[in-house]
Design a protein around this ligand. Structure first.
Ligand SMILES: [Zn+2]
Length: 708
């Protein structure tokens, strides 16, 4: 459903608009899409048949020996897997990537067992004949020897610049990719490399041109992912936890910064949720070939893309990215998901955790995160239920999954704060973690805990916001002739069930005082009175957008986004005149720029004019784009950069080389480096970056930009 994705995309900055830069669905054999921000345990979704309680066998411990030949993209592995029969069995089904060749499957005693690959050519399924019956409760140890290449995607690779193998790659035999098991991993890589897995590094042995790292998990872990690369390592021991940062040489200077960041973020969550669950944490750079910040979280380590390493902490650069990634160490890596439909408790919850961190450390960015989420979440038409969960990635595409699970998912948490109270939401999360740590849990389990801690019935809330697609409209009816000193009004809430109840902030400002007032609503109409002194007050309704609700900005943004999406589609079909008409209508819909999208509209109009050689119209639109400001400094910077670039290109067209070079030079000197990596994605995915266009303009690159 690519068209839909285009329709909701408002800007160009894939790298910033999406917290985890999403990628196209990977080569997953089950057809489950991969997003770049994936906690290991979300992979259980592709294994629903194994996570169900009817699974006849349970994995208990892995001893993995794996040797990598990065230059050839190959691995050789020996895996001892301890399993426990849940019911009597004679054969069992596992999965292992089909591209790997199995040399043997044996018992602990060395008896060779017969095995059979699925008859479906791409299926990873593997049937092992146990040769004799096993009774319920029996322990079964299987030893697998296999090797070959992983048919990886963007997130799973064995390359000469680095290795990342997630559980989803099925690089080891598994009955449940998110099972909690004991784990020992012996990883052999070329000398000069470092290898990381879950647990503690217990030994490091060099032998000739190779080095072997042995990692041992202190408690059962929910992933068996590995990463390796030509890293420089920096370590810090703080209390009981060892923090390690693994970066390639060219980013080694970022180690101290990231070490400090990781420690502060993990300590914040430790204080809020529960102690960090492992004795060590590793943050490493993986050469994920994505535009922008992308991350993957396994138990005890997080892998992030080069851009994430380079720009974390830079002004305007996605401040929620790293906090989101690190929150996955608790959710869902320690409390895994019962099913794909529970994805909110991975991605929505990690966004909420990041918001908690930003509220404390960077309130303006916390506010921006909420505002952006508010617009992005409600731009989707039609809205999808959050309970569609991780399936949204494959059914609706990454940008709709982002808007639904991450953005709307975040706002459902802030709305829940207005229902049961902020401290109770945190209490519920602590209880959820304490009760389900080391197990899988569902949204229904979390719902039950919320009811327990608040002593409230909350089915209506989860029905409305999670299982349904309800969004209320909240307005204020002010009584015109209230007595002096009294402010009388009624809060009206449309499109909600009878028992809908939220607490609405209603700060009141008079000439002499500011009153922080709030009202708990019941149903669709709640009258209230506030007494005040001084002049007739002004009142604001939910100014911090705590409640997920329709606002004028969200409505207008949805309409404008739709027009922009349609224009982008038309442009791709070569129908520039129709695209222009759509964009002009979009601009008329939002003369005040309440959507914050008007700059993007003018930029598009300017680019179309530029392409068509309508110089004065193009200049006019590009100037307006540059002057249109919104409440989002990042969006404004992006529009500003590309409108300036376009004006320079326009000068080039007119033969005014000096003027063009002057603009290019000033942009190169003043724009944040990460913005120079941005592309105009509405002009196609393979267009040049801002930096490339500028380099060509300054004669630093021999090639001409693709489009001009
Ligand atoms: Zn995530």
């Amino acid at each position: 459903m690519k068209t839909n994705e285009n329709k909701m995309r408002r800007g160009l900055l894939t790298l910033i608009l999406l917290i985890c830069a999403f990628l196209t669905p990977g080569s997953s054999l089950e057809g489950v899409a991969s997003s770049a921000c994936f906690a290991s345990s979300t992979s259980s979704t592709s294994f629903t048949s194994f996570t169900s309680s009817t699974s006849p066998v349970r994995a208990e411990a892995y001893r993995i020996e794996v040797a990598f030949s990065p230059a050839e993209g190959k691995l050789q592995a020996k895996v001892s897997l301890d399993l426990r029969a849940v019911e009597p069995m004679r054969a069992m089904e596992l999965e292992l990537a089909r591209s790997l060749e199995i040399h043997s499957v044996e018992t602990m005693e060395g008896q060779k067992l017969r095995f059979e690959r699925s008859r479906l050519a791409l299926s990873p399924k593997l049937l092992v004949d146990l040769d004799k019956p096993a009774a319920a409760g029996d322990k079964i140890t299987l030893v697998f020897r296999y090797g070959g290449k992983i048919r990886g995607g963007l997130l799973d690779f064995v390359r000469s610049d680095g290795i990342l193998l997630r559980d989803d790659a099925r690089w080891y035999p598994a009955v449940d990719l998110a099972a909690f098991t004991q784990l020992e991993t012996r990883i052999t890589v070329p000398a000069g490399w470092e290898a990381v897995s879950s647990g503690n590094l217990v030994s490091r042995e060099e032998h000739g041109k190779q080095v072997t790292f042995v990692w041992q998990a202190g408690s059962a872990v929910s992933s068996r992912s590995v990463a390796a690369g030509p890293y420089r390592e920096q370590r810090l021991r703080q209390g009981a936890i060892t923090y390690a940062i693994h970066l390639p040489g060219q980013h080694a200077e970022r180690s101290s910064w990231l070490l400090g960041r990781a420690r502060r973020i993990l300590e914040f969550y430790a204080a809020r949720f529960a102690p960090y669950p492992h004795a060590s944490f590793s943050l490493l750079e993986a050469p994920i070939e994505s535009h922008g910040a992308a991350g993957y979280a396994a138990a005890g380590f997080s892998a992030i893309s080069p851009e994430g390493v380079e720009f974390d902490g830079a002004a305007l650069y996605s401040p929620e990215f790293l906090p989101h990634e690190l929150a996955h160490q608790w959710f869902p890596n320690e409390v895994t998901l019962a099913g794909a439909e529970d994805g909110w408790l991975a991605e929505g919850l990690a966004q909420y955790a990041a918001l908690l961190y930003l509220r404390e450390t960077d309130p303006p960015q916390a506010k921006l995160l909420v505002e952006r989420s508010h617009l992005g979440a409600l731009a989707v038409d039609p809205l999808r239920p959050i309970s569609a969960g991780l399936k949204l990635f494959s059914t609706d595409g990454a940008s709709i999954a982002d808007a639904t699970l991450y953005q709307r998912g975040l706002l459902v948490f802030t709305t829940l704060e207005t229902v049961i109270g902020r401290s109770r939401v945190e209490q519920a999360l602590r209880e959820y973690y304490a009760r389900y740590r080391g197990r899988a849990a569902s949204i229904a389990d979390f719902e039950k805990i919320c009811e327990e801690v608040s002593h409230r019935e909350l089915k209506w809330f989860f029905d409305y916001y999670i299982r349904g697609t309800g969004i209320p409209t909240i307005s204020l009816d002010v009584l015109a002739n209230s007595p002096p000193g009294e402010f009388q009004a009624t809060i009206r809430i449309a499109d909600v069930p009878e028992n809908f109840s939220v607490r609405v902030d209603l700060p009141l400002v008079t000439s002499t005082e500011k009153i922080d007032h709030s009202v708990a609503t019941i149903g669709s109409a709640t009258p209230f009175t506030i007494t005040y002194s001084g002049t007739r007050p002004t009142i604001d309704l939910d100014p911090e957008l705590k409640i997920l609700r329709w606002t004028d900005a969200a409505r207008v943004n949805r309409a404008v986004s739709k027009r922009m999406g349609r224009a982008d589609d038309l442009l791709q079909e070569g129908k520039a005149a129709n695209a222009q008409a759509e964009l002009e209508k979009a601009a008329q819909l939002d003369p005040e720029n309440v959507s914050g999208s008007l700059g993007w509209v003018f930029l598009r109009l300017g680019r179309i004019g530029l392409r068509q050689g309508r110089i004065s119209a193009a200049r006019n639109f590009l100037r307006r784009a540059g002057k249109t400001s919104s409440s989002d400094p990042l969006a404004d910077a992006g529009v500003g950069l590309w409108s300036q670039i376009s004006i320079a290109q326009l000068e080039e067209r007119l033969g005014r080389k000096t003027a063009a070079r002057r603009i290019f030079r000033s942009l190169r000197g003043t724009m944040p480096a990460f913005l120079l990596r941005s592309r105009l994605d509405f002009e196609g995915p393979s267009g040049p970056t801002a930096g490339e266009v500028i380099a060509v303009g300054l004669g630093k690159l021999a090639i001409q930009p693709v489009r001009h």
